[in-house]
Design a protein around this ligand. Structure first.
Ligand code: GDP
Ligand code: GDP
Length: 442
């Protein structure tokens, strides 16, 4: 199995019950699995690598959920995930129920999609019902190209998908910027980001003054390493959110979060002579790695000032946050003495290579089966059933688990598989994303 690192992503969105999962299942490559045979069983995102007439793409279903605002925290999390998927989408299939016509929620979704500026196809589903002209006109009034289908009967799918792949073929092979992998350098003011950036770019692009916060705006530059283009971005520093009062500092937090979102690899520079990481630094590493699925490298700078006492403090902290700090890549450096500066680019490259890690469905399924036989997982005293695991994406490594009851697989259970995988393969610095799928007929 080979997974292209930049397969186009097609995302299906729409409110509950319009027929998204029915379409997803019809298009999904693996005919044996059906994502939601019971409506609402799992409302998580599902992905599949699929193809239409030899044109491969990633298909994602945002689940039977609303992407409009909600106060329910679970709904909010799902909404965030749906928005994330949309951000990464190349093509959006916006589905409405033709038998019902446009609802206020559909209008909200349309508004949001329009703001995102994505290529959108309006999919009017359930055309096996007699669809009134009024409903079609309503749909057309949204201004997106419209395709009438019946997901259950398979009607209109061919026209829709032919248009989708035509659009995919139009997606430009991309500029240097698209091919480069993006590395963001983040950290508090004064930890040495600009010094580092200058050393990496081997030119004095910004003047480092002995004053905190001399670099305010994010600056980017390309470097070529091992024939690969890397886009490095240095961002203004981040301070603890609680202490943030000045609008400029608010901007700093925001720009760091934006830089994380846009990057493949996040380099968090910290001042090693402060001993421990601040709460804000831990939070940022966590946000980048666990929530945004970015590779993370922590550089402990100013080693020339680090004492044994600092080292002991850091060791204590590492024990406390081992679930995060053991998984990210770490390196001690000094911009002043040049210590380990030469190791940074090779480390970035290594981490990027690890993000391309690929494993076959057979090997992965066998490995997880072995681990789960050795140590079965339980939820409320019920043994969890696992059927198979298939890698569906690289960068970030994304693994789809086909299981008996997806809601039982929570952080702890997935964490077990994550750890097992990490103990067998070298995956330091890179996140592993699991998506759950319910086994058909189980
Ligand atoms: P989702 O919540 O958007 O994922 O919607 P589902 O795919 O779960 O579909 C909701 C309901 O609509 C189910 O009962 C489907 O069987 C039904 N449905 C989906 N597509 C069609 C269609 O083309 N025609 C008809 N009549 N019903 C459909
Ligand atoms: P930024 O605000 O994170 O971009 O940090 P700068 O690169 O501007 O560095 C802040 C200060 O720390 C400057 O005075 C640098 O000379 C100093 N500095 C950077 N790296 C090191 C280092 O490894 N050791 C020591 N002692 N000072 C450093």
């Amino acid at each position: 199995m080979s997974i292209h690192k930049q397969l186009p992503i097609v995302v299906i969105v729409g409110r509950v019950n319009v027929g998204k999962s029915t379409l997803f299942n019809r298009l999904a490559s693996d005919a044996h699995t059906i994502a939601y045979d019971t409506p609402g069983v799992t409302r998580d995102m599902v992905f599949d690598k699929t193809q239409w007439q030899n044109c491969a793409f990633i298909l994602a279903d945002t689940g039977g959920i609303s992407i409009t605002k909600t106060k329910d925290p679970i709904e909010q999390e799902i909404r965030t995930k749906a928005l994330d998927a949309l951000q990464n989408a190349d093509i959006v299939l916006f589905m409405i129920d033709g038998a019902i016509g446009l609802t206020p929620e559909d209008h909200d979704i349309a508004k949001l999609l329009r703001r995102m500026g994505k290529k959108i196809f309006l999919v009017v589903n359930k055309t096996d019902y007699a669809i009134t002209k009024e409903h079609i006109d309503e749909g057309l009034s949204l201004g997106f190209p419209l395709y009438g289908i019946s997901a259950t009967h398979g009607r209109g799918i061919e026209e829709l998908m032919n248009a989708v792949i035509k659009e995919i073929e139009h997606i430009e092979p991309g500029s240097v910027e698209d091919h480069a992998y993006r590395v963001a350098i983040i950290g508090k003011p004064n930890v040495g980001k600009s010094s580092l950036m200058n050393m990496l770019l081997k030119k004095e692009r910004s003047i480092v003054a002995d004053m905190p916060g001399t670099t305010r705006e994010a600056v980017s530059d390309f470097v070529t390493f091992y024939q690969e283009d890397i886009k490095l971005t240095d961002t203004p520093g981040i301070r603890r959110k609680r202490g943030v009062t000045h609008p400029l500092e608010q901007l700093m937090v925001k720009s760091a979060l934006r830089a994380i979102d846009a990057a493949h690899i996040v380099i968090l520079v910290v001042d090693g002579s402060e001993g421990v990481l601040s709460d804000q630094e831990i939070k940022l590493a966590f946000y980048a790695f666990e929530e945004k699925h970015k590779a993370v490298i922590i550089l402990f700078n100013k080693q020339d000032l680090v004492t044994d006492e600092h080292k002991a403090l850091l060791e204590q902290q590492s024990l406390l946050y081992d679930h995060l700090l053991d998984k990210v890549a770490k390196l001690s450096i000094s911009c002043k003495t040049g210590k380990n500066i030469g190791k940074i680019m090779p480390l970035i490259h290594e981490v990027w290579e690890r993000m391309q890690f690929q494993i076959s469905e057979t090997e992965l399924t066998m490995f997880f089966n072995e681990q789960l036989t050795r140590r079965p997982l339980y939820k409320n005293k019920q043994a969890l059933t696992f059927y198979r695991a298939k890698q569906i994406r690289v960068a970030p490594i994304t693994i789809q688990l086909t299981v008996g009851h997806p809601p039982y697989w929570e952080k702890t259970q997935l964490g077990f598989l994550d750890n097992q995988l990490r103990s067998k393969y070298t995956l330091i610095g890179v996140p592993i994303v699991f998506v759950l799928r319910k086994a058909f007929g189980k």
